[in-house]
Every structure is written in structure tokens, then in C-alpha cells.
Design a protein around this ligand. Structure first.
Ligand code: 4UU
Length: 547
């Protein structure tokens, strides 16, 4: 450490060349053309029908930004935490905050007090934006945040004595406040990711990082090859805005092109099916588990999907078999399935599939986005592989790579080496035409339906159980969720009566639902570790596949 690799060897460059990047903040960039679709719907809540036009969003964001500076003690540079489900107001909270010069961190509203407190205290959050249903949770978290200022209740009542402000009253009038100058190099958001190891860390993404990644998707040649979305498309998503995919590749990207996004605060098969019929979306944003739902759910018929002509999938491996089954289900092939690959640390896009990708490459996650460089290094000796079809760890370089982990230079230098290469922790190979295939991970991350689960986080929780001497968590394959967390536990002498149920009962209330040990709990004699104490996770995974 810091990791490095020789710089004399083959580097893959994007076939699309470079992008020019405007020196704009995220809000300036995203709403630059909004006047063109001022009276068209931007965001609609598919369940309640609540809807905002582009004109309304722009006005409310500006008023919101002014009010944040006029009615609170928040100063530019302060951090604001979003604890919101997928509601249209998510955009208002984000862009009002950014225009006020604040830095935004967003969290999963399913998080427990414990999980939220960890993230929001790490990010030094001074204000939480939430909805009435989560107000109590937000206030419980706020109690342990030093220098906390106020809570903003979206769609709810203000309560001045508790320093709770209402979004609606804040944005009802214009205030005479000058908005600060924000530079494109300033940090815009702090999403949390466990990266290659350890617990979730704040990922510092600048305005420029986020703008660049949308520009990369809008590169003229790439747009031509990906069957572009336009302002006439209607997209349906249930994917979280509090994850980088929903945040930048869906919410901001669609706002940039003036598209109409129908979102859902929570997934239920009935609501999703209802939205398909009611809004007739032309585009669906999915993760593989949601595509599997569309394929297998008996109540989803070709008629429900008749309006859809584009599907965008990312965040977890999309196997060729699933693509074939989807086309079989809808009985036509004139619906493009685009796959994107990337990470929180890369804003998120790294590769994308063109719509004319040969069938033989089905399952590939596509080619490098413009202005993106890649190298694949051998897993055992770290040398650059330099030839097609040989697996290794993917390293990337590009303007979408994060500025580092918040307050954590050690973790940053673990993933960004001295030559500026970002080590993804994904095992990949590329073919003769420079199409990439993700085949495995070297990092500890577990992905449950596209959501990040950090094994370290669950292991530290397990070690809090009296009687647990050692613990390890690995992801085991699951046909629906992709992977599920499974725990291996060594009991202390005298604790032989510890049961699987008692472990589950301890963990379940302390974690968001998708982090539960749904892959099971197994008691073992010893956790296999290497001489430096690192858990040999593959040995545990192999143990599972033998059972
Ligand atoms: C196999 O999941 C993401 C980002 C998703 C995304 C969505 C739309 C990327 C590009 C895009 O256009 O971020 P994280 O940080 O939650 O998880 C990152 C990890 C990767 O390192 C990889 O292991 O998620 C996995 N991953 C994928 N794996 C992400 N996309 C893919 C994919 N195939 N297409």
C-alpha cells in the first residue's frame, strides 16, 4: 500500500473517444434545457398521482434553496441528509440543497436508527429532510447528531418548537436571498458504499463527476448506438433514488433530457402492474430481480408490457438466459435491453451496451463510456493481462471517478493507486471487440437485488452477541435476489445452546430488511483465515456449494 502497477502496458480506451464537459453545477446542467419542456410533466408518483412539471420543479428548487439559507442556520458547505422514499419531492430536496451550496447525503428509508446514525454522523449531517411517516425515526437519529439544526418535513406539518419546518411553507414564497456560487469541483453528494472492504464510507462525488457521467451517456455516437431516450418517453421506476443508479442514471439523466419519470415509493406487484397499465411507460429501469419478476409473475402479461420498447438494467449481473426469457415472455424482440455497469464510486457508469450489440455477446455489460480508460490485471501477480478473454481485476480511469472516501485517505489509497487507476474489485474480461463481461468480485461486497450489503457490517454486529467467538458473512447465490447474506459463527465454549433463531432474532431488528441473514446461519468450528487474519471467503462459499 498504496497499490500500484507498471504504467508501460496496454490501456484500453473507449471506442467513443472523449466528451467535452461544461463547467456547470449539477443543477445548472440538469435543468439547462428545462424551459423547452416547462409545462410537461417531469415527475409523477405512480401510486398517489402527485405530479410536477419541469416549470414547477425549477421554481420550487429555487425557492427551496433560498429558504434553506434564509430560514435555517445552514451555511454553504454544510451537509443535509435525505431520508425519503421514492417520492417526486426527492428531486426538490436534492436540487434545492445543491443550489444553496449544501452537500447532500441520502439514505435508505428502511434503515434502522443504528444504520442511519452511523451514516449521518459520519457525514456530519445538520438537517434531515423526511416525510411524516419517517419523522419519528429522523428525530431519533437527529438526537445523536452534534451541531444539528433542523428537520424538514415534506408533506407534513411544521413544528417550530421542535425545529421542524414544512417544505410546502418554505417554498410558498420567494425570498430575497442571494444563492452562493458553487463550483463544479465542489462536492455535491456523499452516497455511502462499502467499496472493496469494510463498512460503508462516504463517497465524495463532485458536481463535475455527476455531470460528466450524464455527458458520457449523451455522447453523440453513443446516443446513436444506444437507441436514445427523448422528452417524449415515459419511464417507470421503482429503483431507489437513494442509490447511485436511481440518483444519477435515472433521476438526473431523465431530467436532463426532459423525460417524464413515474416513480413508486415502494414495490408491490399490484402497484407495479397498475402503473404499467395506467402510465403506459415506454421505458423501464430495472435490476435483474425486477426483470425476473416481470418474466415470472403470472399477472404480468404481454399486454402489460405492450407500451415498453426500452429496458435499462444495471447494478447486478444480467445473464443471457434472462434476456432470452424476457423476449419469450413478451413474444417480440423489438424492445431493446440496455445493460449498464458501474459503481457508486464512478457516478456510476463505466460501460454500456449498444442496442445493435451482436446476439453472440448477449450478457456482456458493453463497452467503455467515452473518456474512460481501462486495464485488466492478473489476480495473482497484479500484472496487466493485456490480451482479450483473460480474466482479471478491472481498473478504470476517467472523469467520473470519485474524489475519494470522506475523511478516509487510507481507504481512498486502497482503491485509487499512485497512477490514478481506480481498482473496481470486479473480476472481468473483455473480448476482441472490447466488450466487457463481469464474472466475479474480489471485493467483499454482497449484492441483494442490486442493494449493497457489507459483510463487515454484519460481522461486527454478530460479534456483539454474547457467546460469539468469531463470525464471517458471505454472499450465497440466489436465483431471485442474486445473492443472500449467510453467516458462519464460531460459538464460545459454554454457548453450545446458541441457536440459529437466536442469532436471527438479534440481527433482524438491527438492520434494513434486505441485509437480513436470509441465506442462513451455520455454526462452525473455525473461520478460515489467511496468516494476516483476513477471512478466506471463497473457502466458505465453496463450503456452501458442497452442501
Ligand atoms: C454485474 O450498483 C451500482 C451501480 C449500478 C449502475 C447502474 C446503471 C451502474 C451503471 C449504470 O448505468 O453501484 P454499487 O456501488 O451499488 O455497486 C457496484 C457493484 C459493482 O462493482 C459490481 O460488482 O455492483 C456490481 N454491478 C454489476 N455487476 C454493477 N453493475 C453491474 C452489472 N453487472 N451490470
Amino acid at each position: 500500500k498504496p497499490r500500484t502497477c507498471s504504467s508501460s502496458v496496454k490501456v484500453l480506451k473507449s471506442v467513443y473517444g472523449e466528451v467535452d464537459v461544461p463547467e456547470q453545477t449539477l443543477s445548472q446542467f440538469v435543468f439547462a434545457d428545462a424551459h423547452k419542456w416547462r409545462d410537461l410533466p417531469a415527475l409523477t408518483c405512480g401510486v398517489s398521482g402527485r405530479s410536477y412539471t419541469y416549470g414547477m420543479i425549477q421554481q420550487l428548487c429555487q425557492r427551496g434553496a433560498q429558504a434553506l439559507l434564509a430560514n435555517t442556520d445552514l451555511k454553504p458547505g454544510d451537509r443535509i441528509g435525505l431520508l425519503l422514499p421514492n417520492v417526486p419531492e426527492f428531486t426538490l430536496a436534492v436540487h434545492a440543497s445543491l443550489q444553496a451550496g449544501l452537500v447532500v447525503t441520502y439514505a435508505n428509508p428502511l434503515f434502522t436508527v443504528h444504520e442511519l446514525t452511523r451514516q449521518f454522523s459520519s457525514a456530519k449531517v445538520r438537517c434531515i429532510v423526511t416525510v411524516p411517516q419517517l419523522l419519528e425515526l429522523a428525530q431519533a437519529v437527529a438526537k445523536s447528531l452534534p451541531a444539528y439544526d433542523c428537520t424538514i418535513n415534506v408533506g407534513g406539518e411544521p413544528s417550530p418548537q421542535n425545529k421542524i419546518l414544512g417544505l410546502e411553507s418554505l417554498t410558498s414564497t420567494e425570498k430575497k436571498v442571494d444563492l452562493p456560487e458553487v463550483r463544479s469541483s465542489d462536492i455535491a453528494v456523499l452516497p455511502y458504499s462499502s467499496g472493496t472492504t469494510g463498512v460503508p464510507k462516504g463517497v465524495m462525488l463532485s458536481h463535475r463527476n455527476l455531470v460528466v457521467n450524464i455527458m458520457q451517456l449523451l455522447h453523440p455516437q453513443l446516443v446513436e448506438e444506444t437507441d436514445p431516450l427523448t422528452f417524449q418517453d415515459v419511464s417507470l421506476t421503482v429503483l431507489p433514488f437513494f442509490h447511485i443508479y436511481g440518483f444519477n442514471a435515472i433521476l438526473n439523466y431523465l431530467a436532463k433530457i426532459g423525460s417524464h419519470l413515474v416513480s413508486m415509493p415502494k414495490f408491490t406487484p399490484q402497484d407495479y402492474i397498475k402503473c404499467l397499465l395506467e402510465y403506459q411507460p415506454t421505458v423501464l429501469f430495472v435490476v435483474p430481480s425486477l426483470l425476473l419478476f416481470l418474466i415470472t409473475h403470472p399477472e404480468v402479461t404481454p399486454r402489460h408490457l405492450a407500451s415498453v420498447n426500452k429496458i435499462f438494467c444495471g447494478a447486478a449481473p444480467l445473464k443471457k438466459g434472462l434476456i432470452d426469457r424476457f423476449y419469450e415472455k413478451i413474444g417480440r424482440t423489438d424492445c431493446t435491453i440496455t445493460q449498464g455497469y458501474g459503481m457508486t464510486e464512478t457516478s456510476p457508469g463505466i460501460t454500456i451496451t449498444p442496442y445493435n450489440m451482436p446476439y453472440s455477446k448477449s450478457g456482456s455489460c458493453g463497452r467503455l463510456l467515452p473518456s474512460t480508460l481501462a486495464r485488466v490485471i492478473d489476480l495473482s501477480d497484479g500484472h496487466v493481462v493485456g490480451v482479450p478473454n483473460r480474466p482479471g481485476e478491472l481498473l478504470v480511469k476517467g472523469p467520473q471517478v470519485m474524489q475519494g472516501y470522506l475523511d478516509n485517505p487510507g481507504a481512498t489509497s486502497d482503491v485509487i493507486d499512485t497512477h490514478g487507476w481506480f481498482h473496481t474489485g470486479d473480476v472481468v474480461y473483455y473480448d476482441e471487440d472490447e466488450y466487457f463481461y463481469i464474472i466475479d468480485r474480489t471485493k467483499e461486497l454482497i449484492k441483494v437485488k442490486g442493494n449493497q450489503v457489507s459483510p463487515t457490517e454484519l460481522e461486527s454486529l454478530l460479534l456483539e452477541i454474547p457467546g460469539v467467538a468469531d463470525a464471517a458473512v458471505v454472499g450465497i447465490p440466489d436465483s431471485f435476489a442474486g445473492e443472500l447474506p449467510k453467516a458462519f459463527i464460531v460459538r464460545k465454549p459454554g454457548f453450545d445452546d446458541m441457536t440459529v433463531d437466536s442469532v436471527q432474532d438479534f440481527v433482524t431488528p438491527k438492520v434494513a430488511t434486505y441485509k437480513k441473514l436470509a441465506g442462513g446461519v451455520e455454526f462452525v468450528e473455525v473461520i478460515p483465515r489467511n496468516p494476516s487474519g483476513k477471512i478466506l471467503r471463497n473457502e466458505l462459499k465453496n463450503l456452501c456449494s458442497q452442501n
